[in-house]
Each structure stands twice: as C-alpha cells, then as structure tokens.
Design a protein around this ligand. Structure first.
Ligand SMILES: Nc1nc2c(ncn2[C@@H]2O[C@H](COP(=O)(O)OP(=O)(O)OP(=O)(O)O)[C@@H](O)[C@H]2O)c(=O)[nH]1
Ligand SMILES: [Mg+2]
Length: 300
C-alpha cells in the first residue's frame, strides 16, 4: 500500500507550489487566499540508495525507476486547502481536510518561514487538529458512556470512534499508556483528560514533519532558528532538552525556574506543557516526567 502524505498549512504558505514541484503537477498557484478549493492527489517519490550495486546485478525496475544508483519509491501526496483558525468548528474549507485526513498516514505541515510568525502558525495548525480529535470524543461522550461496560469495551469503542480517521487499536492502546489514562473510565474524564488523550492520539496516528517554506524571503533565517528551538526542544543556545531537574513532591513551575536559573523567576510569565500543548500557570504543580518550557521576559 502506498504511503499517503497530506500537505497541511495556512493559506498562501506555498503548499501547492511544493506539491506541484514534487509531483510535476500544474495545479493553480496564486497570491490570493484560498486558491486551492479542494484536495488534489498525485504521485511523488521518496529517494533511496538502490541495492543493485551491493548485489552486483543490473536491476530491471517495475514500480520505481532507478537513476544513477538512486531508487525512486512512489508515495501519494495530497495537496489541501489552507486551514484557518477555528477550522475545527467547521470554518473554511476544513471538510476537504477532514475527508482527506482519513486516508493520510502522515502530514507535512507547511509553515512560511519567510513572513509572519511560523512558530505560532504551526502551533495554531496543531491546535486545530487536536481540537478536531477532541471534538469527536466530546461529541460522542454520552453515547460511549452508555455502551461501555468494561475497559476492553472502552478500547474497542474508542478505536471504532476514530476508525474514520485511520486510527488503529494499537494507536489507542499506546495513547492510553503514554497519557496514564489506562483504566480511567471515559465518564470520569475531565476536559484536561480528553485534551490530553486527543493530542496524544493525533500525534501517534498522524505523525508530522515541519516544512519551513519561503526560506528565501529576508528574515526567514531568524524564524527558522525560532522554529528549530521550539520544535527541536532546544534552548536559545541550541541545546536539546537542556535541563533535567529532580524536584520534591508538590513542586511548582516557579520551583523549577529557581532550579534552572534564579534569574528566570523574576521574568517568569507562565509555562507550557510541551507534551500536551497546554499553557500552565506559575503555581502549577509538576508531575513526574513533565516536559516543560518556561516562558519568561528574560533574554537568558
Ligand atoms: N518567495 C517565495 N514565494 C513562494 C515560495 N513558495 C511559494 N511561493 C509563492 O507564494 C504564493 C502562494 O503559493 P501557493 O502554492 O498557491 O500557496 P498555498 O499554500 O497552496 O495557498 P492556498 O491554496 O491558498 O492555501 C505564490 O505567489 C507562490 O509563488 C517560496 O519558496 N518562496
Ligand atoms: Mg494551494
């Protein structure tokens, strides 16, 4: 089965330009918003070193051409209309994204490094997709609560609920394990639990890759560094996952900031739970293995 990759992003970020050049298509490209009105599918290629030299044979390719020792593996690319804020509430052309998403194995999120704020643009898009997953759960809660009698039934019911989005039972099991929601009945989920579940399930079932487009535009280099810092889990010096701190039970975000650097406390605004994309206050009590980004006014 061919791998399917959806190209998701805000309008005018260059999704169709990327799609056309990857698949030699000629779909319309323009500067006006929402040029693409419906999804478009075509074949692109993943390129890998061919093994014909290793086996010392002359290959005779059937599904994938070989050129200068490189093999071109077909993949399906799906260009989609631009996603807007609150798309999960049905705004914009989101139905095409929903339709296409059922069959997508992963997505390339195009963000425009060249202008605007690609860090918040990317976060907005992730949030739309997470909210969309959460809406499915919240919208079916009553029905689920009535039919579920055991933990096993809950796993089956959740798998069936998200089946249309290509979610498998193994995705549900992994999500419950990672979020620590194993054994908790849906009727006892609060909104924080359902957000946690939806965010993690989306991450597992639709893995994504950031494509920083329009890198030629002046200022894109700075935006690219910010994107890398944020999504590489690195600090301003490029150190990935820089600090790991053991704290006493009941420690808060402020206690964490004190441990990392006393100066951070003065300018501390709030923190972000990077696993579940949630903003948490300064007095938030941390849990074991939380992955936290401190948002401060400090330059450090
Ligand atoms: N400078 C620069 N411009 C680009 C690049 N990629 C695309 N563009 C321009 O950006 C504009 C929008 O490109 P599209 O490919 O139509 O963007 P889109 O994301 O498909 O837009 P919608 O279909 O409206 O969501 C066009 O004018 C492109 O020529 C790039 O890498 N650099
Ligand atoms: Mg387009």
């Amino acid at each position: 089965m061919t791998i399917k990759i959806g190209i998701i992003g805000k309008t005018n970020t260059g999704k169709t330009t990327f799609f056309n050049s990857s698949t030699l298509s000629t779909d319309e490209i323009s500067t006006y918003p929402f040029t693409t009105k419906r999804s478009s599918t075509s074949i692109g290629h993943a390129i890998t070193l061919c093994v014909h030299k290793e086996f010392n044979v002359q290959d005779n390719p059937n599904n994938s051409k070989c050129s200068d020792g490189w093999r071109y593996i077909p993949i399906e690319l799906i260009d989609l209309p631009g996603l807007i804020k609150d798309a999960w509430k049905g705004k914009g052309l989101v139905l095409h994204v929903v339709d296409a998403s059922a069959s997508i194995d992963s997505s390339g999120r195009i963000t425009e490094a060249g202008s605007g704020d690609p860090v918040s643009d990317f976060a907005d898009i992730e949030e739309e997709l997470n909210m969309w997953y959460q809406k499915i759960l919240e919208g079916n809660r009553e029905k689920l609560e009535k039919i579920i009698k055991s933990e096993n039934e809950q796993i089956v019911a959740l798998s069936e609920l998200y089946q249309g989005l290509g979610v498998k039972k193994s995705h549900i099991l992994e999500t419950l394990r990672i979020t620590g929601l194993e054994g908790k009945k849906i009727e006892n989920y609060d909104l924080h639990d359902s957000k946690k579940f939806s965010t993690q399930l989306r991450k597992i079932s639709k893995p994504s890759l950031i494509v920083a487009n329009k890198i030629d535009v002046p200022g894109a280099d700075k935006n690219f560094i910010r994107l890398r810092e944020r999504y590489n889990l690195s600090d301003k010096k490029g150190r990935i996952l820089p600090d790991l701190v053991l704290l006493k039970d009941g420690a808060t975000v402020v206690d964490l900031a004190k441990e990392v650097h006393t100066d951070l406390v003065k300018g501390l605004l709030y923190a972000k739970d990077l696993r579940y994309k949630l903003r948490v206050p300064k007095n938030y009590q941390l849990r074991d293995r939380d992955v936290i980004c401190l948002i401060t006014t400090s330059k450090k």
